[in-house]
Structures are given as structure tokens and as C-alpha cells.
Design a protein around this ligand. Structure first.
Ligand SMILES: CC(C)(COP(=O)(O)OP(=O)(O)OC[C@H]1O[C@@H](n2cnc3c(N)ncnc32)[C@H](O)[C@@H]1OP(=O)(O)O)[C@@H](O)C(=O)NCCC(=O)NCCS
Length: 204
């Protein structure tokens, strides 16, 4: 049976593994497991962050993360726990200096999105390969939406690489609509939106 619950800090390394498995080649993945583990450990400690896991027989098989304000979440984590993130990032950059520009773009990326106060943002969703297509991501999304609504959000924004063959149909199936496309490190991204009031997830 699948259970959806809050990510516990000690599960952060598993969340990092699911992130790496689900998004190979992206900047956050290239920053490495140590960095991602530190990030996932902090998300639920921030007033702006939300992270849930899906478990099957006590094994974590999925992760979902979101923010009520992504810029504020990044700032909050850096201010409170920057020291835990700086070292893994610095080590990666020393071995791969070409990553620096992409890192800067990633952390400046909330500024690329239109100002939409009141809208939450979907940061990552991943289900382990063998457990996909069983509705687990949909269940995690329902939980994230409920938590965002409890915090007063009006809707959910989500950025997806236009070439992602699984996440784009998933968003469309769950009722998100494309409201913009933009470039991030030379790649085209779809900006999806799901309003909570007039269009519940699941329709579409
Ligand atoms: C995207 C992802 C999270 C979906 O997880 P999932 O648990 O398989 O999703 P669900 O079973 O809830 O799928 C719901 C619907 O989404 C659509 N969908 C999901 N995966 C799909 C795929 N590979 N191809 C086409 N449609 C897909 C389908 O409409 C599906 O409904 P159906 O199975 O009844 O046809 C999963 O494929 C994954 O982890 N991908 C790698 C990580 C990633 O790309 N994350 C997105 C970054 S934001």
C-alpha cells in the first residue's frame, strides 16, 4: 500500500537519489548528492518549503517538493544553513568550473518567473523507475496541493523542460495548462499553471 507523508530529514539522501535518478544532467543533479541531501534536509524546516514522500512497505519510492515562494525558500535556506550547502557546491565547482554560470542561473531563476504573489511552485517530483505509472505521482501531487491550499496559495506553477517525455503528459493529465515558455541555460522550458479554485487537479 502506498502512503504519502512528510519527508523526514533522515530520508534526505533517498530523496537526493530519486532526484538524481529522475533528472540526470540538470544543474541541481550535477551539484551532487551531498548538495541535494543538504537541500532536502532543510526544505521542511523552512516556512516556505514543502516536501512529501511516497512509501511502499516502508520503502521511500517517490518524492515531491514545492515552495510557497521559491525565492524566499532559497534565501531562507542559504541564510540559515548556507554553510552546509557552500562546501559541497564549492567542491563541485572546483572540479567543474564550467558549472558556475548554470548555478548562477539556477539560483537567479525565480526572478525569471512572472511575479505571481499567492501562487505556490512545484519544484520537483520523482518516482522510482519500477514504481511509475501506478498513480503515485498523482497521489503526491494531491498532497502537495492540499498543503499549499492550507497555506493560502491560489494555484501552483511548475517549470518543465519541453523535451521531458514523462513530466509534460503528467502535467497535462493532472490539469495544468502551459502559460509561458522561456529559456533556461539554452533549453526551452514550459511554465505550467494549475489554479486551485476553478480547475481541480485531475480534470483535463
Ligand atoms: C513524471 C513522473 C513523476 C510521473 O510519475 P508516475 O507515478 O508514473 O505518474 P502517475 O502514475 O501518477 O501518472 C499520471 C498520468 O500522467 C501521465 N503520465 C505519467 N507518466 C507518463 C509517461 N511516461 N508517458 C506518458 N504519460 C505519462 C499519464 O496520463 C498518467 O496516467 P495513466 O497512467 O492513467 O495514463 C515519473 O515519470 C518520474 O519520476 N519521471 C522522472 C522525473 C521527472 O521527470 N520529474 C519531473 C520533473 S519536474
Amino acid at each position: 500500500m502506498i502512503e504519502i507523508r512528510t519527508l523526514h530529514p533522515e530520508e534526505a539522501p533517498i530523496a537526493a537519489d530519486l532526484h538524481i535518478e529522475g533528472q540526470p544532467g540538470t544543474v541541481l543533479t550535477m551539484l551532487g548528492k551531498e548538495f541535494l541531501t543538504a537541500l532536502y534536509r532543510e526544505i521542511n524546516d523552512s516556512a516556505y518549503g514543502l516536501a512529501f514522500v511516497a512509501t511502499s512497505e516502508d520503502k521511500v519510492v517517490g518524492i515531491i517538493a514545492g515552495a510557497t515562494d521559491t525565492g524566499a525558500l532559497f534565501k531562507d535556506i542559504i541564510l540559515r544553513r548556507g554553510i552546509h550547502l557552500v562546501w559541497p557546491v564549492a567542491r563541485r565547482l572546483l572540479s567543474k568550473p564550467a558549472l558556475l554560470w548554470r548555478v548562477i542561473q539556477t539560483f537567479a531563476y525565480p526572478g525569471k518567473l512572472p511575479e505571481r504573489p499567492g501562487d505556490a511552485e512545484f519544484l520537483f517530483i520523482g518516482v522510482s523507475g519500477e514504481m511509475r505509472r501506478h498513480g503515485i505521482a498523482s497521489q503526491m501531487l494531491e498532497r502537495l496541493i492540499a498543503a499549499c491550499q492550507e497555506r493560502g496559495a491560489r494555484g501552483l506553477l511548475s517549470t518543465v523542460d519541453v523535451t521531458n517525455p514523462r513530466a509534460n503528459p503528467f502535467h497535462v493529465k493532472r490539469g495544468f495548462r502551459i502559460i509561458d515558455t522561456f529559456d533556461l541555460y539554452g533549453r526551452k522550458m514550459n511554465l505550467y499553471y494549475l489554479p486551485f479554485t476553478d480547475q481541480p487537479a485531475g480534470e483535463g
